[in-house]
Design a protein around this ligand. Structure first.
Ligand SMILES: [Ca+2]
Length: 178
């Protein structure tokens, strides 16, 4: 048996298949690169939160010309006020600056920006969650122990509920910075 020698037609077809394969590889690679560089779709991020990111970017640039990065998980969509519509949260714990490791967070934790309707409340925390408590939707913040007359590792939690009429967060703790 003699080895199969591809004729011209077969060669052309092989080249064509190879081209399509290369093309698909490029599309696939592009897709991966694109999804990595836009780890989160921020195109419809509300302006009050987008401006927080811009300010953080500027602060980083002002610090030895640092490069700002937004890590995965910076933006959350969760219902904060219990109206069943998802609200927005921007966590500075996911902000990174190449020239300043602790630019955005300190011993008290990091700022999170909670957006309900048009109101952004900025609250320092070491973690947060939202729970349904009876008829209430409650924003829970893990905060620095000093807020509970302890030291940093002392367990201390602040609970906030959204007052839709007054458009403020209410809590027995000190009022959040607006
Ligand atoms: Ca809501």
């Amino acid at each position: 048996m003699s080895a199969h020698v591809p004729n011209d037609d077969e060669k052309k077809r092989n080249v064509k298949v190879l081209r399509i394969f290369n093309c698909l590889a490029v599309i696939f690679a592009f897709g991966v690169v694109t999804s990595a560089s836009h780890a989160q779709d921020l195109s419809n991020l509300p302006e009050p939160l987008a401006s927080k990111i811009e300010a953080a970017q500027q602060a980083c640039a002002d610090f030895d010309n640092g490069e700002f990065a937004l890590e995965w998980g910076a933006v959350s969509r969760v219902d904060l006020d219990g109206d069943l519509d998802r609200d927005w949260v921007l966590d500075e714990s996911a902000f990174a600056c190449s020239t300043a490791v602790s630019l955005y967070c300190g011993t008290g934790g990091c700022q999170s920006h909670f957006l309900v309707e048009d109101t952004v409340a900025t609250l320092l925390n070491q973690g947060w969650d939202v729970v349904t408590f009876g008829r209430l939707r409650v924003l829970l913040l893990d905060v620095h122990g000093s807020a509970c007359d302890g030291i940093n590792p002392t367990a201390c939690v602040a609970a906030h509920v959204w007052d839709a009429e007054a458009k403020v967060w209410r809590s027995v703790q000190s009022q959040p910075e607006q």
